[in-house]
Design a protein around this ligand. Structure first.
Ligand SMILES: C[S@@+](CC[C@H](N)C(=O)[O-])C[C@H]1O[C@@H](n2cnc3c(N)ncnc32)[C@H](O)[C@@H]1O
Length: 315
């Protein structure tokens, strides 16, 4: 079974790791996962590229060719360079040993040049060859040139909007697949719907504020997306629960956006109104937390500044 590697940004490491696990399991529920600090190794029938395209916090990714006991490459390992015109070498040192990385990359490049006709290109190579060092194991892998992911365009903004990365990670944590539908019952400017559609997931957004509905519609239209926007209180969810597979939302904080009542009251009522058997990712201000009767929850805390820590809750 092919193995892939993902080197994650350390900014939100727990979220980032769980996102890779959720995506790997979404594509192939028999995936096996190994975590070595900010390196995640996935054994799965899914190509690394598929997971990487959706993931939010991946810095470097590729396919593992083999584990290495030492720095030793031969012709067989370099078969991957057969049709490549250009390559570059990168050393990723996640071990506690010190290496002279540029020197190692140069000598690896020299070694590869002896076996292959490919030329070194440090700007935009067809293939990047990786040597990954950790304290216990070393890996030899590669990645191919990947098309840049196209980001959705947002023409209308509002101060309360959520950043796209946290929105995307929430969608991925509940494992929504291409072709499924997400509902955001507090959709605001439509960030959830834009992220979802950029991954081939359909969207339905509710917001009780007419002005926010207009903003969300404009953002959807400019991208030629098809998400439906409904002007409604969040309780409208119950009437359309057969039309979506999961909920991803960011509840009102009572600061920049209009609210129908106190944010904590909204949170409590919202919990009660979540349709059964739906996957849910919600974000709210940590201070609003309370003991709900929902089971099987996982929570993450995201520190923004001294008066705002957010909770992401996954069901
Ligand atoms: C924090 S904002 C959501 C921001 C959104 N994630 C974005 O990126 O633009 C919360 C939204 O909830 C809406 N809202 C407040 N009370 C509501 C209610 N009772 N039912 C539905 N929407 C409500 C507000 O109009 C606001 O747009």
């Amino acid at each position: 079974m092919p193995e892939s590697f993902f080197v994650l940004s350390k900014d939100y490491l727990e979220l980032a790791t769980d996102e890779i696990i959720a995506l790997a399991k979404m594509y192939d529920r028999f995936s096996k996962i190994k975590i070595i600090s900010n390196l995640v190794i996935v054994q799965s029938k899914t190509n690394w590229n598929e997971i990487s395209k959706r993931a939010t916090f991946v810095k470097i990714s590729g396919q593992i060719l083999r584990k290495m006991s030492g720095l030793f490459l031969d012709e067989e390992n370099l078969g991957v360079l057969k049709n490549a015109k250009t390559f570059m070498c990168r050393v990723i040192n996640l071990s506690s040993n010190q290496f002279n990385t540029p020197e190692l990359e140069n000598s690896m490049g020299d070694m590869i040049s002896k076996f292959s006709h490919a030329k070194v290109n440090l700007e935009n190579p067809d293939i990047t060859v990786y040597l990954i060092f950790t304290n216990n194991e070393n890996f030899f892998g590669f990645s191919k040139k990947m098309n840049e992911t196209i980001r959705s365009n947002k023409i209308k903004r509002f101060p309360h909007e959520l950043d796209w990365k946290l929105t995307r990670v929430m969608i991925n944590l509940i494992g929504l697949k291409k072709g499924e539908t997400v509902c955001d019952p507090f959709c605001g400017t439509g960030t959830t719907l834009l992220e979802a559609e950029s991954m081939g997931i359909h969207g339905i957004g509710l917001d009780f504020d007419e002005k926010m509905c207009e903003i969300a519609k404009a953002n959807i239209k400019v991208n030629k997306y098809k998400s439906q926007i409904i002007k409604s209180e969040f309780q409208g969810l119950s009437k359309i629960s057969d039309k979506f597979d999961g909920i991803v939302t960011d509840l009102p904080y009572g600061i920049a956006s209009k609210t129908s009542e106190k944010p904590q009251e909204i949170l409590k009522k919202f919990f009660v109104s979540i349709p059964k058997r739906k996957r849910v990712a919600i974000m709210y201000k940590k201070e609003m937390d309370f003991n709900s009767k929902l089971s099987g929850l996982k929570k993450y805390h995201i520190y923004r500044h001294k008066s705002l820590t957010r909770t992401i809750l996954i069901k």
